[in-house]
Design a protein around this ligand. Structure first.
Ligand code: SF4
Length: 328
């Protein structure tokens, strides 16, 4: 077995420490970070923490997009979802299978992860960890330096490439031992654990559930839209998204493109909307009511403009219907 490892770098504390424990044994480590369409905007805007972590550790980092196949995993996870739309078990199997491919390309002998036994309710129970390892095809090749002593020795330990005595025996949700290790190694570049996955967000998950129920193709634009504004399902094939504030209105305007329809109020302050689906008379009336409702316009006639490639103006008689009933 080659004295070289691929370490999964999430950007969090545990993966940074795990990598450090292996590097300290004189083993070559290449970092691997998966980017996802479901990374939060904040995480993407702030830049990848994993890059900063890898720089601090002094290792090369491979960035790998989870890609369209991952959408299928999220849509139909064999092992189900966590609290929200997070298919953590399938997600980890997916990432480890991809890691196996990169291991082969890089000529690495084993994989390092920051997993800590019992730290997360779904994916870090012993049984689950073992199942993930089995299904990923990497049995005995995944070393978890922070919890290593709670598991049977892995192949790199048995072969003497990794010294088991220098690995740790942390378990559970507390992080005090990790913080002591961080101080010991003087590490500074790590982010909040688990903060960047939209699939763990309840509101985003609700909108994604609705999307999967009614729509097929899934693009990055869809992710951006799902992560912006209020969403209303007007019919099975029609949906409107409206901004909650000026910033979201501007964002929706920048995301809008034909064949979607851009809608906005005329003569009153109110949200801007992006309509996906057929903008017929009935739908325009529903959309106008929603825009007027959130714009706090109570006049009997509402005027909005729509742009589906060509501009048109609509005067709509206000209805008593509560728009909240369409909210996703
Ligand atoms: S939190 Fe998100 S990225 Fe992390 S394992 Fe679960 S689904 Fe995957």
């Amino acid at each position: 077995m080659n004295k070289k490892a691929i370490s999964l770098i999430s950007g969090g504390l545990d993966s940074a420490l795990s990598t450090k424990l292996i590097l300290d044994q004189g083993i070559e480590v290449v970092g691997l970070h998966f980017t996802s369409p479901f990374s939060s905007r904040r995480e993407r805007q702030e830049g990848l923490q994993a890059v900063r972590t890898a720089n601090e550790l002094g290792i090369r980092l491979i960035l790998k997009e989870k890609g369209p196949e991952y959408i299928d995993v999220v849509r139909n996870p064999k092992h189900g979802y966590g609290k929200n739309m997070n298919p953590c078990i399938d997600c980890r199997i997916f990432m480890l299978k991809k890691t196996g491919e990169i291991m082969a390309e890089e000529g690495a002998g084993f994989v390092v992860t920051g997993e800590v036994l019992g730290q997360r309710p779904m994916s870090q129970r012993r049984q689950t960890i073992e199942l993930i390892e089995r299904e990923s095809g990497l049995e005995s090749l995944i070393i978890r330096p922070l919890s290593a002593k709670h598991f049977e020795p892995t192949k790199p330990e048995v072969e003497g490439i990794v010294d088991r005595n220098k690995l740790s025996d942390i378990a559970g949700r507390g992080r005090s031992i990790q913080y002591d290790l961080v101080a010991h190694y003087n590490l500074k570049e790590f982010g909040c654990p688990g903060g960047g996955c939209l699939l763990t967000d309840a509101a985003f998950s609700g909108r994604l559930r609705d999307f999967f129920a009614y729509e097929d193709d899934f693009t990055m634009l869809d992710v951006e839209l799902l992560n912006t504004g209020r969403h209303f399902r007007l019919r099975s094939d029609t949906k409107i998204i409206i901004g909650r504030n000026k910033q979201e209105n501007e964002r929706l305007r920048s995301l809008w493109r034909v064949p979607y329809t851009l809608l906005y109020p005329v003569g009153f302050q109110g949200p801007l909307g992006v309509l996906k689906g057929d903008a017929g008379t009935e739908i325009i009336a529903m959309a106008a009511n929603i825009i007027a409702y959130y714009g706090k316009n109570r006049s009997p006639v509402i005027t909005i403009e729509s742009n589906d490639g060509s501009l048109s103006r609509h005067e709509v008689v206000r209805s008593d219907e509560d728009p909240e009933r369409y909210k996703v």
